[in-house]
Design a protein around this ligand. Structure first.
Ligand code: PSU
Ligand code: MN
Length: 300
């Protein structure tokens, strides 16, 4: 029995060289509250479709990698509390033990690239956590992005992280960062993190040109990050954000949350402390990223 099952629709699209966009599933299972998460998952797939590409949401179900989920599989990812969180390193034991889990950006990028998918959309990437000197918590997303040739459309990295340290790490790892219609690195649920980016693209076609240049240079072994800000009208109030991020981090520390649980906990804490406003900004960001990813895939 093959360990990876690509849905018929995705398989046909890839064979015919039609645009396909990979979507990660951890944001659904662990990044957004139920039952909103299922609605968002379907909305994202719809967004990709309405901009001319085929969505390929990726997850591991009963020990098999699924690239492109059927409706009931998407429902399971959104509703089943037994669905775990799998980074790239979890994939082999998950398959061997017939486990089920949502895939993070690291696992999704790895699997998407191997399935021949060139574009991935998400919200905010993982990165270097604040107080790295104490915990050394750095998302596996970064290392995987350094080793995986895929374009990742995101709204920057999660604002609960140390953004300058994450950007520095991406530079060290040789990961190209393009601002989309901005010269500032976006701040996840904020339109700007305040940090500069060296390169800006103004259209899906310009992003596609960069992808083509990467190919011309030789098969790219690292990711291209396309960082698109959430529109200012939909961002979280920056003052509110700065006030509550510290509280969320304190709560995380006080409760002894560690490892894979940190990011879902911080996102949830941020949502509670902003009365759901961070959630709305997060959803607005991913929605825009699904759309742009589809446009880039189409331009390619
Ligand atoms: N973007 C969001 N919400 C999320 C994530 C991304 O808007 O929940 C997920 C992605 O799957 C990403 C993961 O890979 O959070 C990072 O988790 P960690 O910091 O544990 O590596
Ligand atoms: Mn971590």
């Amino acid at each position: 029995m093959p360990l990876t099952e690509v849905s018929e629709e995705v398989r046909e699209a890839l064979a015919a060289h039609r645009p396909v966009v990979a979507l990660e599933s951890t944001i659904i299972a662990h990044g957004l509250p139920r039952p909103r998460n299922l609605a968002v998952a379907m909305e994202l797939e719809g967004c990709v479709r309405s901009h001319g590409a085929v969505p390929a949401t990726i997850a591991v179900l009963d020990g098999r990698v699924r690239v492109g989920l059927e409706r009931r599989q998407l429902e399971r990812v959104a509703r089943d509390p037994e669905v775990r969180k799998f980074g790239r390193r979890d994939l082999a034991p998950a398959l061997a033990r017939r486990a089920s889990g949502a895939t993070t950006v690291s696992a999704t990028a790895f699997l998407a690239a191997r399935a021949g998918i060139g574009v991935l959309a998400t919200g905010g990437l993982g990165g270097v956590h604040r107080e790295w000197t104490r915990e050394q918590d750095e998302s596996a997303d970064l290392r995987t992005l350094a080793e995986t040739g895929i374009a990742v459309v995101c709204a920057g990295v999660k604002s609960v992280l140390d953004v300058p340290a994450t950007l520095q790490r991406l530079e060290t790892l040789g990961v190209t960062v393009l601002g989309y219609r901005t010269d500032r690195f976006p701040g996840f649920c904020l339109s700007s993190s305040g940090e500069p980016v060296d390169w800006t693209a103004h259209s899906p076609e310009e992003v596609a040109e960069v992808v083509r240049a990467r190919r011309a240079l030789g098969a790219p072994e690292s990711a291209l990050i396309v960082a698109q800000p959430v529109p200012e009208s939909e961002q979280l109030d920056p003052e509110l954000h700065d006030r509550v991020v510290g509280e969320a981090l304190d709560e995380c520390r006080e409760r002894g949350i560690r490892g894979q649980a940190v990011t879902p906990f911080l996102l949830d804490s941020l949502a509670r402390r902003t009365g759901g406003a961070s959630l709305e900004a997060n959803v607005a960001a991913v929605r825009g990223n699904a759309r742009l990813a589809a446009q880039v895939a189409a331009a390619l």
